[in-house]
Design a protein around this ligand. Structure first.
Ligand code: GLN
Length: 471
């Protein structure tokens, strides 16, 4: 069975569909592995295989970030305020995966309400990076990334608001895709920042990402912001980059804090891209350096509104005591939310308050428009914009928890695409100091098929062997 567990999900699905592999045995083998996980990647593991129809996903089980509502299964978004919450319904993304033949294997650990870049903000303890257990797996979808990298799950889904799929994928040496805003329904996905949140796959390779994505895209009457994609997602086949124009933002080189090893790995891959037929040119995204500031106003503003619903009345935790209604709200939220969530609710409430709204939230929205325009201009000359995914490799646990600003800098390269609503993928880009680095490609809205093709060609050229030393 362990040979089978080394297969990519797409290959395992093919074998099941061809009758060479038993889906029940495959599920049980992964279930046993997930149950023995020692990275704290999971917050819940299935006891038995749920009924699953035959489908394109071939019975290959999927791990799902905690914040996706799953009927009768704990869905806590990494928060104490939702501890033990059992939703009465299942999110559309998970429902679609199940009906395409991927049963629910486990729920994965995450930063509380997806706020963070290290999975250290989880009420259920931090997840460890399988490449170096004293380091973070990235975040906020760190449990999903660690599980796929460690081989305790064949594939997983997460959410990306400002980088939470791409950055943990990079730090764990796997593939992570944030689709175009609206490609996948968010019905049943516990909200952080609604103008940014998007669901996507974390997988061993680009083909798996395409297969998982293909099962989830689509317009959903339960989510009025969902659009689907204009054409079906195809499995990538490209092996060259003939005629592809890659733009490298000059701003990468003007930023402090990008590790030399990360930059070197990035440059090496640019050379490989040229060898595959791409043209590589420097360009400017002049407003990108302001993306982080805009993001850290917009995301907290939206979170302060979305998290107002956790009041001790409707969901999860309630702390009563000898107090009036307002006192109950305060006690509940004081006890239920962690420090980062409180920080953001306060920041966001302040930025939205009358008298400050235009100066903060309004200005941030204007900057967001300028960033959108930067990309629109870039698409006149380039097919894709490429950057390192994260400025650093995985950092030691605890290294940035006392310094929120240092933590926020992790998102430097991923936030601009989130603000612009465009698709971006991180693929493993070799090691620096023995730890994985990521290469990010971003394309125009709805360019998923072309993006997956280009990522596939590069993936073949990079030839990364995705196993952490211990796994
Ligand atoms: N690290 C970013 C934040 O803390 C992004 C999180 C995300 O994409 N969910 O907000």
């Amino acid at each position: 069975m362990s040979d089978v567990l080394a297969l990519t999900a797409a290959t395992a699905a093919e074998r099941v569909r061809a009758g060479d592999l038993d889906a029940g045995e495959l599920f049980e083998a992964y279930r046993a592995r997930a149950a023995a996980d020692d990275l704290n990647a999971f917050v819940w593991v299935a006891g038995e295989r749920p009924p699953t129809p035959d489908g394109p996903l071939g019975g290959v089980p999927v791990a799902v970030k905690d914040l996706f509502c799953t009927e009768g299964v704990p869905s806590q978004a990494g928060s104490k305020i939702l501890e033990g919450y059992l939703p009465p319904y299942t999110s559309t993304a998970v429902e679609k995966l199940t009906s395409a033949g991927a049963p629910l294997l486990a729920k994965t650990n995450q930063d509380e309400f997806a706020m963070g870049s290290s999975t250290e903000n989880s009420a259920f303890g931090p997840t460890l990076n399988p490449w170096a257990r004293d380091r973070v797996p990235g975040g906020s979808s760190g449990g999903s990334a660690a599980a796929v990298a460690a081989g305790t799950a064949p594939w997983a889904i997460g959410t990306d608001t400002g980088g939470s799929i791409r950055q943990p994928a990079a730090l764990c040496g796997i593939v992570g895709l944030k689709p175009t805003y609206g490609a996948i329904s968010r019905y049943g996905m516990i909200a952080f920042a609604s103008s940014l949140d998007q669901c996507g796959p974390l997988t061993r390779d680009v083909t798996d990402a395409a297969l998982l994505l293909s099962a989830m895209v689509g317009r959903d009457p339960c989510d009025s912001t969902s659009l689907g994609l204009p054409e079906p997602v195809a499995l990538p086949a490209a092996t060259d980059l003939d005629g592809i124009r890659l733009g490298v933002p000059e701003e990468i080189y003007e930023t402090e804090g990008v590790e030399p090893g990360v930059l070197q790995a990035f440059e090496d891959t640019l050379d490989k891209a040229k060898a595959l037929g791409a043209t590589v040119e420097r360009t400017h995204l002049p407003h990108a350096p302001h993306a982080l500031s805009a993001y850290y106003l917009i995301a907290p503003a939206e979170c302060s509104s979305n998290l107002a619903r956790y009041d001790g009345v409707r969901y999860g935790l309630r702390v009563d005591g000898d107090v009036d209604l307002l006192g109950m709200y305060e006690k509940t939220r004081g006890a239920g939310f962690g420090a980062e969530v409180k920080r953001r609710v306060m920041l966001g409430t302040y930025a939205l308050s009358s008298g400050y709204y235009d100066a903060y939230y309004g200005t941030a929205q204007k900057v967001r428009t300028l960033i959108v325009r930067d990309f629109t201009t870039a698409w006149e000359r380039f097919d894709f914009i490429v950057t390192p995914t994260s400025p650093t490799v995985a950092f030691p646990l605890g290294a940035k928890t006392a310094d929120p600003l240092a933590m926020y800098l992790n998102d430097y390269f991923t936030v601009p695409m989130s603000l612009a609503g465009i698709p971006a993928i991180s693929i493993p880009n070799g090691l620096s100091e023995g730890l994985p680095t990521g290469f990010q490609l971003a394309g125009p809205a709805f360019s998923e098929n072309r993006l997956l093709d280009a990522a596939h060609a590069l993936e073949q050229a990079i030839g990364f062997d995705g196993s952490p030393p211990r796994a």
